[in-house]
Ligand binder design. Sequence first.
Ligand SMILES: NC(=O)c1ccc[n+]([C@@H]2O[C@H](COP(=O)([O-])OP(=O)(O)OC[C@H]3O[C@@H](n4cnc5c(N)ncnc54)[C@H](O)[C@@H]3O)[C@@H](O)[C@H]2O)c1
Ligand SMILES: N[C@@H](CCO)C(=O)O
Length: 317
Amino acid sequence: MTLRLAVLGAGAVGGSVLDLASTYGHEVVAFADSSSSVTDSTGLDPETVRARKERDGIVGDADPDAVFDTNYDVLIEATPTTLGDAEPGFSHVERALLDDRHVVLANKGPVAERYADLRALEAESEGRVQFEATVGGAIPVLSTISDLGAGHVTAARGVLNGTANFILSRMAAEGLDYEHVLAEAQDLGVAEADPSFDVDGIDAALKFVILANVLSDGETEYRLDDAEVEGIRNVPGTALDLAAEDGRTVRLIGEATADGVRVAPRLVPQGSTLAVTGTQNIVQLETKHAGQLNISGRGAGGPETATAVLSDVSRFE
Ligand SMILES: NC(=O)c1ccc[n+]([C@@H]2O[C@H](COP(=O)([O-])OP(=O)(O)OC[C@H]3O[C@@H](n4cnc5c(N)ncnc54)[C@H](O)[C@@H]3O)[C@@H](O)[C@H]2O)c1
Ligand SMILES: N[C@@H](CCO)C(=O)O
């Protein structure tokens, strides 16, 4: 069944959803960036939209809000993640749910900072909310938890920030401090609009907060403020050299357990499961009766994240 998508956010993720929607049998009927939008009830042509954005710096002549006036089935929220009230993303989601439309989020803010509000809105709507893309890009972490049953998973641990992992990998390989490789990470299109979210551990913490909310299944609500967070800004290149002498390396490791959410740089053995390289992510799920499950893969990037978004869309068919 072809679903009509309204996409908010014309960056790495939104742009890839526009490019890939047809390969999943869906069509994008509305597309917006921060200052403009374009709509077409018969489906937008990605090439034409991209050409306009490149030429004029906007996607169309209408206001971004015009996407809500179209006849869409699913809102894709791919605007920058914001903290606290998670605005304007939260209001976008609210508007779609009040109109009984489905929502798929790549934006982590509404899920990490206002999980209970989001679930309350969903409960009053004919629309449903999915957010696989908010945790681990292309890796099916949330759908695995859903398949296992959240009550059968006791904890999640691992590496969930591709930018920080890329930086630590490059620092170890080149003996450089993080400032020297940050620009390289930004060129890959995986860093947040504000890259301090990546290097200060905020992005990883948001993902583990989302995991904590999903694992708690509504019993306890977690927000970023509940997490203990330390990033990689103070990890010097020399620390990686010293760790290497001992057969170890440093990774930004997060965990969501019954005791809460923590993210910090940790020493791990080189070549161990947690020592993924580049922008790879890994999640270890502790189950009650089946031991540990490891899932790893590309945790960031436009097409990778769009893959998770479009798999979520297909759940509404
Ligand atoms: N890039 C990734 O690998 C990745 C992976 C998972 C989740 N995410 C999340 O997905 C979201 C988008 O990421 P991205 O990398 O595409 O970001 P980006 O910075 O490349 O693009 C953001 C886009 O949102 C637009 N925008 C800003 N405010 C808007 C508004 N009010 N209305 C409509 N559009 C608006 C901007 O114009 C821009 O086109 C973020 O919340 C990010 O945390 C990104
Ligand atoms: N900035 C994030 C994008 C994926 O959420 C990362 O580097 O992992």
